[in-house]
Design a binder for this molecule. Sequence first.
Ligand SMILES: N[C@@H](CCC(=O)N[C@@H](CS)C(=O)NCC(=O)O)C(=O)O
Length: 217
Amino acid sequence: MSLTLYLHPLSSYCHKVLIALYENGTPFKPVHVNLGDPAERAMLLKLWPIGKFPVLQDAAQDRVVPESTVIIDHLDQHYPGKTRFVPQQPDAARDTRFKDRFYDLHIHNHMQKIVGDRLRPPGAKDPHGVADAKAKIEIAYGMIDAEMAGRTWAMGDDFSLADCAAAPALFYANKVVPFTDARPHLAAYFARLQARPSYARVLKEAEPYFAMFPQEP
Ligand SMILES: N[C@@H](CCC(=O)N[C@@H](CS)C(=O)NCC(=O)O)C(=O)O
């Protein structure tokens, strides 16, 4: 088997890549990384000194590919399946990449800030940063709600890279900044994502680990 994915089963950015792999039934070997274990941490740092997962190792291509967006691009190029993640047409490809950036930067990373703050020791918390992250997520929710009023998937009719980015970002964001009744199109889009077999499988596999998700103090 050519592909090995280094991941943590609770990690939202790893979920993004798992969705893409499950969409096309792409064979790969999952390797769980416990960053609390010095040997496992060292193994990840050797592959990618930044020390974040997911990281894909592709033996056939003799490449180590970090960064969820780039991993999905790599899969689309070298292991294409029935679901194509980035359109061939250049303008459509750029729009899809923009939407992927939107979900990563304006939902996902703010959610990580809020969850990360829960893990900080008393005295090292950043309430101003958390309030700012929550306000920015609300702005992004409003934009998504307006856009999804007329769409099935993030880019329209076809499931894409942008939906792989959206699903885990919205799943965890909803836990820290719940969707309200004022955002029906956002909620309906998220329900479609959860019903998508690739993401339903990711969630099912992550279920045993959800107890590790840090709750609001
Ligand atoms: N931009 C990266 C973000 C990856 C990332 O933030 N991964 C988190 C898990 S969701 C991580 O590795 N956290 C562990 C740490 O930062 O020590 C991507 O898209 O892959």
